[in-house]
Design a protein around this ligand. Structure first.
Ligand code: MSP
Length: 517
């Protein structure tokens, strides 16, 4: 198998931990589905994977909402966290650990991290005076505001003045610039790096306020009563506390840290690409290998959000089209690094063009011909026609190379494009070989067997490569083409399917969806 490590190597991937106030629309699932696909891909290729997700439960916003609803903050978040876990179970997310920042183990670890930052000379006490955006839990200076409002979400900011601890970001400005220059892959895609350099680093980094005294729903600073740790210091720490850093409830730090990649949405890149490296440097820990800042799913050009009534509902979409199809379309329709405008029309067009016309069509034609001409079992006597077979077989190996290269770049769209292109070649191969004509002549049976075998092998390969994207549908394809062994469900080498595999026609997996046009 290409891209398979010699010995069991580790692969640590994380999603952001979600605010329990976040509305659950299809945009929220985007990053987690992408990370799940990557985790499944690496597992399939023999890596020892650690896939982390969770919830970010502290902060003033949660305290305020809980007060309004007359419940404790913990009671409030418990209910929402259950909903988030339910959404991940619907979307078939195979995380290895789900961390909650209200976990006592995480909280104790963060207290120790905060103290270490202080002891290492990277925190100092001062007075914070400026603006605060509650929904984003972000501090802003007057000059950073856009028309007096939060530059990230456009909402009202409030005045904040309080005694606070500050993190010496300014001390690390040059080191950050050097990091971006010397490790070009650290922050991807390229455009995010330029954004960080031009908007934050080159204009000059200001020290960051990292404790609050005006509310209590947070992790208490254990050496200064009345202060709670700023939510972003609390939240970013999850990537190591979930591995047992500073606690013995969890484990895996030695094995998995540094992370291979943190997937994050574009608006939270700056926290991951500026604050997080500074924290890790101060703690004397290695940095994650990569941070990938993906784009947003928009709806009619605006960021999806339930509160503005434009959030597509993953439950309704999954019910109507199926979870696998939804996972596929999310990653196929848009380049992962860019924004993508979501619509049901787009979803239907991707289903029809890729899944119904290419994959579903190839599957149903191949399986029914195998059933009709061979009573579901091919001969093991093959006759090849190199001029028709070799181009398809050599494109097969090339498809695997392209697929792997795209996956390594987190180019999910490109990886799927490679699979679909191979399926198109296989569909064309049916037209070129015309099995229905071969079937008329008994002496052509070995040739016909060979043609159908090549088609079944292409379906098997597609199902292997699509397994991380559509785990359930891939299994159904394996069942229909008789790929029953583990090897035939994972190998990307041509010829793995046994010649006399037992092909079984099943339901049409990807029926075409009728549209008004
Ligand atoms: N709690 C912080 C993350 C802390 S990580 C140490 C947070 N939470 S969030 O719930 O607001 O967002 C979680 C993720 O969902 C972010 O990466 C955000 O970009 C992503 N998305 C929310 N809406 C989205 C879209 N419409 N499209 C794509 N991603 C979106 O930020």
């Amino acid at each position: 198998m290409p891209n398979t490590p010699e010995k069991k190597e580790t692969f640590y991937i994380s999603t952001p931990i979600y605010y329990p106030s976040a509305s659950l629309h299809i945009g929220n699932t985007y990053c987690t589905v992408a990370a799940d696909v990557m985790a499944r891909y690496k597992r399939q290729r023999g890596y020892d994977v650690f896939f982390l997700t969770g919830t970010d439960e502290h902060g003033q916003k949660i305290e305020d909402i809980a007060k309004k609803e007359d419940v404790t903050p913990l009671e409030f978040v418990d209910g929402i966290v259950a909903g988030i876990r339910d959404l991940w179970s619907l979307m078939n997310i195979s995380y290895d650990r789900f961390i909650r920042t209200t976990d006592p183990a995480h909280m104790r670890s963060v207290q120790k991290i905060f103290r270490d930052l202080y002891d290492n000379g990277d925190l100092y006490k001062g007075v914070y005076k400026g603006k605060y955006c509650k929904p984003c839990e972000s501090f802003w200076t007057e000059t950073q505001l856009a028309d007096g409002k939060c530059p990230d979400c456009g909402r009202e900011v409030s005045d904040a003045e309080e005694e606070a601890y500050f993190l010496r970001l300014s001390k690390y400005q040059e080191r950050l610039i050097e990091l971006y220059e010397s490790v070009p892959d650290f922050l991807q895609p390229e455009s995010r790096k330029n954004e960080m350099l031009n908007n934050f680093l080159r204009p000059g980094l200001e020290d960051l306020c990292v404790s609050r005294t005006s509310f209590t729903w947070g992790i208490p600073v254990d050496f200064d009563e009345g202060h709670v740790v700023y939510v972003w210091i609390d939240a970013l720490s999850n990537y190591i506390t979930a591995l047992g850093y500073n606690n013995n409830i969890y484990d895996g730090f030695e094995k998995y840290w540094p992370a291979n990649v943190h997937f994050v949405g574009k608006e939270i890149v700056r926290f991951h690409a500026i604050i997080w490296p500074v924290m890790l440097w101060s703690l004397g820990l290695p940095l994650p290998e990569k941070i990938f800042g993906h784009g947003w799913l928009t709806f009619e050009g605006k960021k999806m959000s339930k509160s503005s009534g434009n959030g597509a509902d993953p439950y309704a979409l999954a019910e109507k089209y199926g979870v696998d199809v939804l996972r596929y379309v999310l990653l196929r329709a848009f380049p992962f690094g860019n924004d993508g405008d979501w619509s049901e029309k787009l979803l239907v067009s991707v289903i029809n063009s890729d899944l119904a016309n290419k994959l579903g069509n190839l599957l149903s034609r191949t399986v029914s011909m195998t059933e009709k001409y061979f009573n579901s079992r091919l001969l093991d006597d093959f006759t090849s026609d190199p001029s028709l077979d070799e181009p398809l077989i050599s494109a097969y190996a090339e498809t695997v190379r392209e697929f792997d290269a795209a996956m390594e770049r987190f180019d999910f769209q490109g990886a799927l494009e490679a699979v679909i292109a191979q399926l198109s070649r296989a569909n064309k191969y049916i037209d070129d070989t015309a099995p229905w004509i071969l079937a008329k002549e008994p002496s052509n049976r070995p040739r016909l067997s060979s043609v159908l075998y090549n088609l079944l092998e292409n379906l098997r390969l597609a199902a292997v490569l699509l397994t991380p994207f559509m785990p359930t549908a891939a299994k159904e394809i394996f069942a229909q083409i008789g790929a029953d062994s583990e090897e035939s469900q994972t190998s990307a080498v041509f010829g793995t399917l046994p010649a006399k595999a037992n092909v079984r026609r099943g339901e049409n997996l990807f029926p075409r969806i009728q549209t008004e046009e």
